[in-house]
Every structure is written in structure tokens, then in C-alpha cells.
Ligand binder design. Structure first.
Ligand code: AP5
Length: 218
């Protein structure tokens, strides 16, 4: 049976930062729906052209398109042992579709860490976020600064600020999260897989809390 972990939390909670570290330590594939959309925008593909409008407005890409994209990703060999899902599912329809897909792939969701952070901190985190152009490595000008301003420590590529991190779009993303994604917290609590993680701690402490809770579930 393959092990799946679903990372839940509002925009800026630290899902991407933590998913990269934790997936590597657990030997699971890291699947970030946001990263896949951004790669498609960069290429650009038809999927990228479609997703861009929604992402720039801070809205969700339609369920059917997103579910098909994740299905294709889960079929790749690196998901045989399981995966850590970062940014998917984000609606009840996506959560139900994931369950159906995992039946086919002989997988199960063992843990759903929900990283919570107060709203004011989310806005500050996103305003100061710098992302690497080549591979999406994540930095923050105050909380996780690169050694050289504007350059990724890991691959030396240029750092940029995401289009959807502008203040008005961030507010819209948080609203969309509250309306469409927050109901999944209760959904997974009822399935007894939800683990609440205090995301206001320093990055290393959040990692330690996550590793402890996820290992318990696997
Ligand atoms: P996506 O890329 O998934 O964005 P998001 O969920 O809004 O999450 P973020 O990437 O903004 O934040 P994060 O929680 O990963 O935080 P991070 O680690 O970077 O989605 C973008 C868009 O794509 C969506 O709006 C939608 O349009 C579309 N989309 C994606 N998935 C979809 C789906 N399933 N269905 C439909 N549409 C979809 O951290 C943020 C900052 O804080 C960084 O600077 C970091 O260095 C810093 N930081 C992290 N942890 C800490 C800490 N503990 N203390 C201090 N600073 C910290």
C-alpha cells in the first residue's frame, strides 16, 4: 500500500517550504499543484495558458482541469511508494476525486497535517517571499534570506516575486481558501487523519512537529 500525505493550510502557511524538506526525509515524491501550474505557464502549454488567468486573479483553477493534471502526475513511477501532496486537494470535489484515484493506485492517506498561521503573518510572509526561477526554491527576505540578495543559494538562479503575491491578490486568495478549502479541515478531521501544526514557529521547529506527526501516521 502506497503512503500519501496531504498538506493543508492557507496561502503562505509554509506548505511549500516544509513539503520540500519533509518529502525528501520521508522518501516520498513531492507533488505541488501550484508548481506544476507555474511550470506550464513558463513553457507555455495550453494548460498553463488556461491556468494563468485564474492564478493571476487569485482564484482556483477549475476542478476538472486540476484533477486531470494530478491524475497524470500520480501515474508516474516516482509515486509508486506514495507522495506528499502540497496544494491538492483544495475543494471537496478534489478530495473525493483523490480518494477514487488512490483506490486505483492502491494508496491511502495516512496523515493530513494542517499548518495554521494567523492571517497578519500570512500577508507579511507572502509580501517578503522570493522564489527561485529555475526550480521554485523558496526564500523570505527576513525569515529565510538567501546568502546573496536576488540569487538562489541552491542553484544560483534569479529570485523573483510571484505575481499573485501582490497585496490585493493575497487577500483574494485567503478569502478563496476560507470559502473553498477550509471545509477540508473538518472533512479530514472526521476521517481521523488530521494533525494540527503550529505554523507560527520557526521553520526548523515546524519541520520537527511535522516529522513527528507524519511518522506516527505512516
Ligand atoms: P500555490 O502555489 O499552491 O499557492 P498557495 O497554496 O496559495 O500557497 P503558497 O505557495 O502561496 O504558500 P505556502 O503555504 O506554500 O508557503 P511557502 O512555503 O511558500 O497555488 C497558487 C495558485 O495556483 C492558486 O491560487 C490557484 O490559482 C492555483 N492552484 C494551485 N493548486 C490548485 C488546486 N488544487 N486547485 C485549483 N487551483 C489550484 O512560505 C511563504 C513564505 O513564508 C516564504 O517566503 C517562506 O520563506 C516563509 N516561511 C515559511 N515558513 C515560515 C516560518 N515558519 N516562519 C517564517 N517564515 C516562513
Amino acid at each position: 500500500m502506497a503512503d500519501f500525505v496531504v498538506m493543508l493550510g492557507p496561502p503562505g502557511a509554509g506548505k511549500g517550504t516544509q513539503a520540500r524538506i519533509v518529502s525528501e526525509r520521508l522518501g516520498l515524491a513531492h507533488i505541488s499543484s501550484g508548481d506544476i501550474f507555474r511550470e506550464n505557464i513558463k513553457s507555455p502549454t495550453e494548460l498553463g495558458k488556461l491556468a494563468k488567468g485564474y492564478m493571476d486573479r487569485g482564484e482556483l483553477v477549475p476542478d476538472d482541469v486540476t484533477i486531470a493534471m494530478i491524475r497524470e502526475r500520480l501515474e508516474r513511477p516516482d509515486c509508486e511508494k506514495g507522495a506528499l501532496l502540497d496544494g491538492f486537494p483544495r475543494t471537496p470535489a478534489q478530495a473525493r476525486a483523490l480518494e477514487e484515484m488512490l483506490k486505483e493506485f492502491d494508496g491511502e492517506i495516512n496523515a493530513v497535517p494542517y499548518i495554521h498561521v494567523p492571517e497578519a503573518a500570512l500577508i507579511e510572509r507572502l509580501a517578503g517571499r522570493w522564489t527561485c526561477r529555475a526550480h521554485g526554491h523558496i526564500f523570505h527576505e527576513r525569515y529565510n534570506p538567501p546568502k546573496e540578495a536576488g540569487r538562489c543559494d541552491i542553484d544560483g538562479s534569479e529570485l523573483y516575486q510571484r505575481e499573485d503575491d501582490q497585496a490585493e491578490t493575497v487577500k483574494r486568495r485567503i478569502r478563496v481558501y476560507m470559502e473553498q478549502t477550509a471545509p477540508l479541515i473538518e472533512y479530514y478531521r472526521q476521517k481521523d487523519v488530521l494533525v494540527e501544526i503550529d505554523g507560527a514557529q520557526a521553520i526548523e521547529q515546524v519541520t520537527a512537529s511535522l516529522m513527528e506527526s507524519v511518522r506516527r501516521g505512516l
